[in-house]
Design a protein around this ligand. Structure first.
Ligand code: UT7
Length: 310
């Protein structure tokens, strides 16, 4: 039995904050942000919209796309580092909002690699036959933990949610291989105290190396070569980091998802948000081999090779 994606959805707050808006509140420039990160604008959720609210919106769309009812779900996994409360978990709050009475629910904390950790956890439950349908949500309200007086971090992040419903798919399709990893010795480079604190240069060096290595590793584990890859969905943290992964895979520009200009770094939500965008753009097609790869605080990383389709 192969686990794959059978429905997708996303939610983005309406409020757009441009680089020009940030120039008005801190010592930064549109030019610096664009050239160093690739970001042009980001979405910021209003005060009355929480993490679970955004996750619920994305989840509802994913369920509809899968043609399932909330009661069909066996498990809800929410990848987030910005839950509304330490407990109840975001997953329990989303379970209630959906009315997914049958579903077990827990959160996964792996920062920007969280969606990879969530999907790979879901895969285990499906492929052992324990559960039929698992909802995986990546959602962040990073605006809650950004220090708006710290230009080193404030310009990078945004809010949003993406979700997939996973279940058994036909032979040859679904998750072909994966890699997960962690290096706690690098925890000091990216953490939350009150606000997000980061040593940008150290995280950058780690990310460039890890994104490339993990992408290549999952292709090899799947018994494929670089030429077999149809599309790359990297975690959207910095265009220069994403480019390093793309070049390592020797893919042309049009074969990499690039949504960072519109949404900034949405941590665990960036991969599923980009996935929905590329499906809408027609860039992901049935039977395409897609590589998804992410890295984040912890430090953590994860990658998946998947053959698209049910
Ligand atoms: O999902 C994981 C989250 N984290 C990341 O992905 C971060 C990875 N790291 C990066 O993306 C990059 O390191 C940054 C975008 C954070 C920084 O880019 P950089 O090219 O590594 O810049 P830098 O840290 O070397 O800083 C260069 C200069 C510094 O000025 P001085 O000391 O050379 O005079 C900074 O103070 O740029 C300055 N600077 C800014 N200037 C204008 C830093 N932030 C800003 C800013 N606007 N927002």
């Amino acid at each position: 039995m192969n686990a794959g994606i059978i429905g997708v959805g996303r939610y983005l707050p309406e409020k757009i904050v441009t680089n020009a808006d940030l120039e008005k509140i801190m010592d930064t420039s549109d030019e610096w942000i664009r050239t160093r990160t690739g970001i042009e604008e980001r979405r910021i959720a209003s005060d009355d919209v929480g993490t679970a609210d955004m996750g619920y919106e994305a989840a509802q769309k994913a369920l509809k796309d899968a043609g399932l009812r909330p009661e069909d779900l066996d498990l809800i996994i929410v990848s987030t580092v910005t839950p509304d409360y330490p407990f109840p978990s975001a997953s329990c709050m989303i379970q209630e909002k959906l009315g997914a009475k049958k579903a077990a629910a827990f959160d996964v904390s792996a920062a920007c690699a969280g969606f990879m950790y969530g999907m790979i956890t879901a895969k285990q439950f499906i492929e052992t036959g324990a559960y039929q349908y698992v909802l995986v949500v990546g959602v962040e309200k990073l605006s809650n933990i950004v220090n708006w007086e710290d230009r080193n971090t404030a310009v990078l992040f945004g809010d949003g949610a993406g979700a997939v419903v996973m279940g058994a798919v036909s032979e040859g399709r679904g998750i072909l291989s994966f890699e997960l990893g962690a290096d706690g010795t690098g925890g000091k480079y990216l953490y939350q105290d009150e606000y997000i604190a980061m040593n940008g240069r150290e995280v950058f060096k780690f990310a460039v190396r890890q994104m490339g290595e993990s992408s290549v590793n999952v292709i090899e584990k799947a018994g494929l070569s670089k030429e077999d890859v149809d599309f790359l969905i990297p975690h959207q943290a910095n265009i220069r980091i994403m480019e390093a992964a793309r070049q390592r895979l020797e893919l042309p520009e049009e074969k990499m998802s690039k949504t960072i200009q519109s949404y900034g770094n949405t941590s665990a939500a960036s991969i599923p948000i980009s996935m929905v965008e590329e499906l809408e753009n027609g860039k992901i097609k049935e039977d395409d081999v897609i590589v998804m790869v992410g890295f984040g605080g912890g430090l953590t990383w994860g990658a998946i090779a998947i053959r698209w389709g049910k």
